[in-house]
Design a protein around this ligand. Sequence first.
Ligand code: GRF
Length: 190
Amino acid sequence: TRVAVLISGTGSNMAALVEAARAPDSPFEVVLVLSNRPEAGGLASAAAAGVATAVVDHRPFGKDREAHERAVDAALRRHEVEVVALAGYMRLLTPWLVGRWAGRMLNIHPSLLPKYPGLDTHARALAAGDVEAGCTVHVVTEGVDEGPVLAQAAVPVRPGDTAESLAARVLAAEHALYPRALADFCRALS
Ligand code: GRF
């Protein structure tokens, strides 16, 4: 399965997916890494790994989200992408793009959904006194962080945790979870 990974920043989840795709028995290949931010660190690491990269900066499109998405979608079509994996892609999607990729777009979110959709998940988990935190891979639907859950991984909250220390523990779990969930998803497609 031809996968594009959409990023906005560091791209550590993207790197985990690219690495996993190297396995001889991987059911997916990463054919494109696309960022809406030209300065995203993940672009350089993707290029260094030999993966095609693209930038579709959202800023020239102003408030016209759909016009930006049409440019993103055109890049995805050019690379004959079959499945889109959002990985720290910090854009709210319109129903147009979600509809175009219905059932073929995944996201990873740093909480045990349905807890804590949106931002600042780790601070919210700590403020609530949760004893565990984690991450979720889900199918993207119109509601933000709302689609059907494909896989989750839990990690303990430890005494003295800060949002940063908890985020690091969750991120390590993300790097194991996302490749596994994407592989399972692609196997089920074919
Ligand atoms: C991850 O925690 C992901 O779950 C969230 O944004 C972060 C992206 O990190 N949506 P990275 O760019 O993959 O390193």
